[in-house]
Design a protein. Structure first.
Length: 129
C-alpha cells in the first residue's frame, strides 16, 4: 500500500503536469526517464527521490515545496493527508486533478479581461452565489 505522502506528491505532480499541458512522455523526456516511471510516481507506486524531485520541479517550473503544499504534518503522520480521514485518494480528489477543470482554467485565462469577468459573473449566478 502506498504511503499517503507519496500519494499526495504524485497527485501534485499529475496536477501540475496536466496544468502545463504536458504528456507523461514529454515530462519524462525532460527529466531523462521513461514515461512509465512518471506513471508510477503519479500513482504513488514509486517514491520520488530528492534528486528526481528537484529535476521534476525544474521541468514543471515550480519550487520543490509545491509538491508538499496542502500536506498537514499531523494528518500525514496519521495517514490522513488532507484531513479527511483517508478519502482524499478516492471521492475527495482535489478539484484540479480533473482534466476538464484544467482545460476550463486554461481556456478562462486565454480570454480577455472583460469576457473573463462576464463568464465568472455568469458562473456565480448559475451556482446561486
Amino acid at each position: 500500500m502506498a504511503n499517503p505522502i507519496d500519494l499526495h506528491v504524485g497527485r501534485r505532480l499529475r496536477q501540475r503536469r496536466r496544468f502545463l499541458g504536458l504528456t507523461q512522455q514529454k515530462l519524462a523526456e525532460q527529466v531523462n526517464i521513461r514515461f512509465q516511471q512518471i506513471q508510477k510516481y503519479e500513482s504513488g507506486a514509486n517514491r520520488v527521490s530528492a534528486s528526481r524531485l528537484w529535476s521534476l520541479a525544474k521541468a514543471l517550473q515550480v519550487p520543490v515545496s509545491y509538491f508538499f503544499e496542502g500536506l498537514d504534518d499531523e494528518a500525514a503522520a496519521a495517514g490522513d493527508v488532507n484531513g479527511r480521514n483517508g478519502c482524499a485518494a478516492h471521492a475527495c480528489e482535489d478539484v484540479f486533478s480533473n482534466k476538464e477543470t484544467i482545460d476550463l482554467v486554461r481556456a478562462f485565462y486565454n480570454l480577455d479581461e472583460e469576457p473573463r469577468r462576464r463568464l465568472l459573473d455568469l458562473a456565480k449566478a448559475m451556482s446561486g452565489e
